[in-house]
Structure formats: C-alpha cells, structure tokens
Write a protein that binds this ligand. Sequence first.
Ligand code: IMP
Ligand code: MG
Length: 181
Amino acid sequence: MNSMKEITLHDKTFVTCIPAEYLESIVVAIALKMKRELASKEPLFISILNGSFMFASDLMKQIDFPCYISFVKFNSYLGTQSNGNVSQCIGLTENVENRTIVILEDIVDTGATLTHFIEELKALKPKEIKIACMFFKPESCKQNIKIDYLGMEIPNDFVVGYGLDYNGLGRNFRDLYKLKN
Ligand code: IMP
Ligand code: MG
C-alpha cells in the first residue's frame, strides 16, 4: 500500500505526488532510449546543479556505455516562483566543440534556464545538443524547447524532492512532493 506522506519545509507543507519507485522506472526507460541513440557517441553529459544531482546520479548508474559527465551551475530561483532572470553559467571547463552534448536538467518550468544555456553552448560549436529532463511543466513553459529525453509532464504545481528544493530544503527526499492545498 502506498500511503500518503507529508513533509513540512520552512512555512509550507507538501504531500507526496509521485513515488520514488515510479521515478526509478522512468530513469531506467530514459537510459534505455539513450543506449539506443547515444551508445556509440561517447556523449558528454552536462548536469545543471543543484537540482539535477539526483537525476544525474540515478541516470548514470543505469548508463552502461562510455560517456563523460560534468557539472555546471546557474542561480535563478528563489522561493516558489521562477523570476525569469537567469544568471551566467559557472563551471563549464570542458571543451564541447564537435561533441555530442546531453544536458541533464531536473525540471523545465518557464524554460528560461535551459534556453539560455543552449544558446551559450551553441556558441561553442558542439556537434549536437540533446536535452534530458526529469519533469516538464507544459503549462508554464514559454519557450519552444525540444526535449529529447523526457521523464514526465507534470501540472503547474510547485514540487520538491528528487533534487528539487523549496528555499534550500527538500532536495534529499526520494519521492516527488507537491504543495498541500
Ligand atoms: P525555469 O523556469 O525553466 O528556468 O526553471 C529553472 C529552475 O527552477 C529549474 O532548473 C529548477 O531548479 C527550478 N524549479 C522550477 N520549477 C520548480 C519547482 O516546482 N520546484 C522547485 N524548483 C523548481
Ligand atoms: Mg535546476
């Protein structure tokens, strides 16, 4: 039986909306698709911190072909609403020229972060850029982004867990939670 769990982070209470077991099965499916499409390419995975650390880690454990992984960071999100401003990417030391790049993102909300990063990467002349993201909010996304490896679409709720936070708390929880009404 799957009982509903609640957690309180700062001033807000969240309830489970997607159990860890289901998230695991999604990651396995993404890894299988990647194997079919990327196995011979020695791709460079670029994980966008902090949110995607758990997705990146779970995914890497399912990838059984040679690949590279590196991490970058942006800072644009405070509280429960994306502010639309995206700061500069920090930490991209890898040479991306003529390589297959796979961006790993926890969630695409407005799409601002990803669009910004894709533009920055394109200037560095990779062979191709693929996008993998665990969660996508279609009602919120204002950008035209083609997601090559999508975990699942979710409604326009604020969620935490599985790497996602509310003002710093909640990233460590293995299930996905949404705000309790
Ligand atoms: P963007 O609006 O697509 O640029 O989203 C930027 C970042 O905001 C994502 O990479 C997440 O780290 C964070 N974010 C978006 N939606 C949520 C949410 O529902 N909960 C927690 N963090 C979120
Ligand atoms: Mg993120």
